[in-house]
Every structure is written in structure tokens, then in C-alpha cells.
Write a protein that binds this ligand. Structure first.
Ligand code: S3P
Length: 428
């Protein structure tokens, strides 16, 4: 585990950058390529640790996958091409890998063992094992299937109608992936709209998926065909630079080719409502996922309230939004975000504890936090706690700090953004 001395007292960030490929879309491109027929080519794949865990699991299941940096080729032979293995399917730190993979394994005629790191071992899995069991899969795990290690015995599945108890794209995706192999129709009812990359990708691989209000349905037995996928830049990675540009005086940053899927752009709405100077040039329809260039410049910010249907549109950006709020005039309230407690860390606790060490005034609540601004941040020793987004958020906070900041477990950023520090400091 490595401690890193962070850059502090920064005066302006200027330049043009391209953030790496979207994590959610990169995972799905490998998964769909693995269950489709033919050769899938993925451009701008994110070679972060999480997505490499997905590649490694599918290789263990017998899929031939070639990876050269951000270029990936998947030789798909349909779901029949996946073979059982004695090896443990190690998902590392990746919730998306384990949950979506379970949806695929649920309908396959063999047994698999899934495990991950210490963070994965604490994350709830019943949200996925419950609907998959209802469809006919046989899944066991620690505490009645709540935690890893999990054993998934695939079976012939039947379609179900499932009302999601939590707004989770991972759970929705697992049920839809199982539904593609089930008898009849599988429907998922969303309490609040969540990211729709799985639905878009089913269509890109030649499948059909219907959306009727808040009900998403797939027919079982569909054959998917290989596709060419160009992954846009990850707006969740861009968020750290958008925040940095907004709070470091004199900044002017251009972010090229950022994914602008409306189920993911809550950070842009929040920055706008806080008074940020942000301009978007959206590209014309080039692919199934919208993208564009974003310019952010420093400006004075004001506090805001974030709640309800907005939460899934920015769930991964809440740590950096909390940091932004420390630099905004007045109070920012974040509510309806209890899901933060079951991310890579309990992100209510880690955000509050670590930012307060640097002088922030943040109070944890049951389902979010209350942040008072504007405060001057001082130095200190903070930790990423193995959580990539906490590490990157603290590195942005440090830019404003008046004395030295040391970040423990800084290596965690490689989960979603290898090279993050080089890019950040190239702008300073
Ligand atoms: C993801 C969905 C979200 C998000 C995660 C990636 C996905 O999780 O926090 O980083 O790729 O589907 P939930 O669906 O559990 O909210």
C-alpha cells in the first residue's frame, strides 16, 4: 500500500484532456462480446483493474479475449461457448463484474465459485441472488447468499416480473442477462430510472428489449451477434476534473469525448445549479451512447440540494460533489442516497471522515450528508480506504489545501483510472 504526497496550493489548471473509457460500458462490452456469436471489437476500452477482472473471469470461462491497452477483441461463441471451470472467478474490487456475471452464469449448465477482495466481501448480494433464485438458479453463499464466496449452479430459467427493491442498474442488468436465457418474458420494474447501458448494448448486439414506462422487458432465447463498440470517455472519471476546474481559481479545462448518456449526467446538472461555468458541445449521433466535449472554468459556487430521482444519475459522483460543496457558499444537502453505504466503502462515512480531517464541515445523515461552505482546507494525512473514487476526490481536495497532504492507499485509483495522477498534474 502506497502513501503519496499530493500537490497542494494550486493556482490554476489549464489544458485539454481525454479521460479513459467508461467503466460500465467497458465491462458490458466484454460480457456481451463473450455471450454473442462472432468477433466483437472494442475501442477505447478502460484498462482499469475492475474491467481487467471482467476479462480475466471470462477467459477462465473459456472465452478467447485479446487485450492490447484500450483495444480488445472478444471471440464469442454464444453462451454455449462458456465452459465451467475449477478455478475461482476472482472479481477483485468489482461489483459490476460479480453482479452481472451472476446473471449470465444463472442460466448455464455448470457450477462456478465467485470471490473478490475484502471490499466485495462486505457488499450485499441478496439483491441479485434473490431474483436469480426465483428464476430457477441455485445460488449459495455466506449468510444465506448475502456475501461472497458465492457458488452459482446454473439451471434452466423461467422468466419473471421483478420489482427492484433498490434503484440499481447492476441488479436490473443481472436479471435482464438471465432473462435472455430464460423461458418466456422477463420484466424488471425500476423504482427510479437507472443507467441504461445494458439495454442499449442488447440492441447493439442485435437483440430486442422493450421499455414501457418503468418496465423493461426481454424475451428469452435471443441470439446476440458480435458488434463493434467504441466506448466514450467515462463521465464519472471526468467528474474529478470538472470539480477541479470549478474550484481551483483561474482554471480552464477542456475534456474531449465524454459520455453524455442522460442516465449519467446528474453531475452536469448539479454543477450548473451550483453556478459553475460549464459548456457542452454534444456530438451528433455517432454511436448508441451519446458523447461530447465539456469545458469547465473556475467560478464562484453556491450550495444546492440533491435528492430523489437525481441520485442514480450521479451516485458515483457524490464523493466529489461533497468536495465541491465545501467550496460553495451556503449549505448543500444530499439525501435519498443510503446506497452510498454499500459501495466500495461506506461512502457516507469515508467522505465525511476524510474531508473533515482536511477542515471540511460535513455532517453524516441516515441517507446522505449536509455540507457547510465555504471553508478553507488545511493539510493532513487522509486515506482512500481502498476506494478509487475516495482517493481521486481527496487528490482534488488537496489542490486547495494550504499545507501538506499525504494520501494513504493512493494505488486504489487504478481501479477505474490508471494514470490519474499524471493527467491531473499535467494540468497544474
Ligand atoms: C454500475 C451501477 C451502479 C454504480 C456502479 C456501476 C453499473 O451501481 O454505482 O459504479 O455499471 O451498472 P448500482 O447499480 O448498484 O447502483
Amino acid at each position: 500500500m502506497s502513501a503519496k504526497k499530493l500537490t497542494t496550493k494550486t493556482t490554476s489548471l489549464k489544458g485539454e484532456i481525454q479521460v479513459p473509457g467508461d467503466k460500465s460500458i467497458s465491462h458490458r462490452a466484454v460480457m456481451f462480446g463473450s455471450i454473442a456469436d462472432g468477433v466483437t471489437k472494442v475501442q477505447n476500452f478502460l484498462p482499469g483493474e475492475d474491467c481487467l477482472s471482467t476479462i480475466s473471469c471470462f477467459r477462465k470461462l473459456g472465452v478467447e479475449i485479446l487485450q492490447d491497452g484500450s483495444h480488445v477483441t472478444v471471440i464469442g461463441k454464444g453462451t454455449e461457448g462458456l465452459k465451467g471451470t475449477e478455478q475461482i472467478l476472482d472479481v477483485g474490487n468489482s461489483g459490476t463484474t460479480i453482479r452481472l456475471l451472476m446473471g449470465i452464469l444463472a442460466g448455464l449448465p455448470f457450477e462456478s465459485r465467485l470471490e473478490g477482495d475484502a471490499s466485495i466481501a462486505k457488499r450485499p448480494m441478496t439483491r441479485v441472488t434473490a431474483p436469480l433464485t426465483e428464476m430457477g438458479a441455485d445460488i449459495s453463499g455466506k449468510n444465506g447468499g448475502e456475501y461472497t464466496p458465492l457458488i452459482v449452479k446454473g439451471n434452466k430459467l423461467k422468466g419473471i416480473t421483478y420489482e427492484l427493491p433498490v434503484a440499481s442498474a447492476q441488479v436490473k442488468s443481472a436479471v435482464l442477462l438471465a432473462g435472455l436465457q430464460a423461458d418466456g418474458i422477463t420484466s424488471v420494474i425500476e423504482p427510479v430510472k437507472t443507467r441504461d447501458h445494458t439495454e442499449r448494448m442488447i440492441r447493439q448486439f442485435g437483440g430486442e428489449v422493450d421499455r414501457n414506462g418503468d418496465i423493461i422487458s426481454v424475451k428469452g432465447g435471443q441470439k446476440l451477434m458480435a458488434a463493434s463498440i467504441t466506448v466514450p470517455g467515462d463521465i464519472s472519471s471526468a467528474a474529478f476534473f470538472l470539480a477541479a476546474g470549478a474550484v481551483v481559481p483561474g482554471s480552464d479545462i477542456l475534456l474531449k469525448n465524454v459520455g453524455l448518456n442522460p442516465t449519467r449526467t446528474g453531475i452536469i446538472d448539479v454543477l450548473t445549479s451550483m453556478g459553475a461555468d460549464i459548456t457542452i458541445a454534444q456530438y451528433g449521433d455517432r454511436a448508441s451512447e451519446p458523447a461530447g466535449d465539456i469545458t469547465i472554468k473556475y467560478s464562484e459556487l453556491r450550495g444546492t440540494t440533491i435528492e430523489g430521482e437525481m441520485i442514480p444519475r450521479l451516485i458515483d459522483e457524490i464523493p466529489v460533489i461533497a468536495m465541491l460543496a465545501t467550496q460553495a457558499e451556503g449549505r448543500t444537502v444530499i439525501k435519498d442516497a443510503a446506497e452510498l453505504k454499500v459501495k466500495e466503502t461506506n461512502r457516507i462515512d469515508t467522505v465525511v471522515n476524510e474531508l473533515n480531517k482536511l477542515g471540511a464541515k460535513i455532517e453524516a445523515t441516515e441517507d446522505g450528508m449536509i455540507i457547510e461552505g465555504k471553508v478553507n482546507l488545511h493539510g493532513g494525512t487522509v486515506s482512500a480506504h481502498g476506494d478509487h473514487r475516495i482517493g481521486m476526490m481527496l487528490s482534488i481536495a488537496a489542490l486547495l489545501c494550504e499545507s501538506d497532504v499525504t494520501l494513504e492507499e493512493s494505488e486504489s485509483v487504478a481501479v477505474s483510472y490508471p494514470g490519474f495522477f499524471d493527467v491531473l498534474y499535467s494540468l497544474a
